[in-house]
Design a protein around this ligand. Sequence first.
Ligand SMILES: Cc1cc2nc3c(=O)[nH]c(=O)nc-3n(C[C@H](O)[C@H](O)[C@H](O)COP(=O)(O)OP(=O)(O)OC[C@H]3O[C@@H](n4cnc5c(N)ncnc54)[C@H](O)[C@@H]3O)c2cc1C
Length: 318
Amino acid sequence: MSESTPALDPVRVAADLARRVGVRATQGEPMAKHTTMRVGGPADLFVTAHNGFELRGLVRFARARGLPYLLLGRGSDLVVSDDGVRGLVIAVRAETTRIEGDRYSAEAGVPMARAATETQKAGLSGLEYGLAIPGTVGGAVWANAGAHGGETAAILESATLLLADGSEAVVGASELGFRYRHSRLKDNPSELVLGASFRLARADAATIAARLDDIRRWRREHQPLGLPSAGSVFRNPPGDSAGRIIDNLGLKGRRIGGVVVSEKHANFIVNDRQGTASDIRRLVEAVRAEVRDRLGIELALEIEFAGDWSAWTPEEPA
Ligand SMILES: Cc1cc2nc3c(=O)[nH]c(=O)nc-3n(C[C@H](O)[C@H](O)[C@H](O)COP(=O)(O)OP(=O)(O)OC[C@H]3O[C@@H](n4cnc5c(N)ncnc54)[C@H](O)[C@@H]3O)c2cc1C
């Protein structure tokens, strides 16, 4: 989405954005401020969509001009290049929610943790796993995010999509191509999530609150939550766990520059010494090569490398 390098006049485009969409754009915004890995260089232009109207307007603006754009939730699954992002980064902060009966509707920018606590208070069960996902509703649909026995596909009734042709459609869960950590949105980057509707089950609010406490406790014990990361780096191969495989090869503590394979959870890479996106990518490739060479297993990525990686090479600089 943001790999190509168009001739962009940021001052002119920013002025156009203000005039036509009514949104202020920032030039050179460091993406490290907007990703949980705390890495990523400058975006040519960075804008925030505070509501669905602005989100639609920004995407249509970019598409009409052939301007590359990157949709950003909370940046919790992304490693953005040190060279930054060419074109427009659109941070999705449309955060309206509604509860009607046992249905919870949320705009794409709603944090999953807020969805979990809001539905708990309303005595609705099903979104508890959201407490474990430091991303947005849009990002959770994109990834079919899941944890603690729950996943998005299991409770999603429908998602409102902005389609490639600019039209909108309410699409049922069965049409979203859900499978393990995958939805059709990963195959179609020109489709995006505007909002989602979840069908939940009535339950005792105190019982759900206790479940949320269990999830909080489990994550504190098992994940390196105090350090910047992007969650699990690799997908679990069928019938196995990427963390177990990496741990068994003794790769916990393997370091490149400022980033290291977590001692607490082998499928996490943490940025503990102001590492770079380049450090992360090199460490990811080193772990992947070692697993391939020693076990013949090809680990697939769960995180996404985003932005301009055109000048990156796997070799360390001299
Ligand atoms: C500490 C930690 C723990 C984690 N634990 C889990 C876990 O247990 N289970 C799990 O599944 N994941 C986990 N994750 C990964 C991550 O939180 C999820 O993948 C999450 O769904 C990403 O959402 P986001 O809003 O941050 O997306 P971003 O990282 O901002 O974006 C990811 C991709 O989604 C696209 N995107 C974002 N919003 C939209 C939208 N509205 N429409 C279309 N595309 C969109 C972006 O363009 C990008 O390609 C964890 C991450 C961290 C840091």
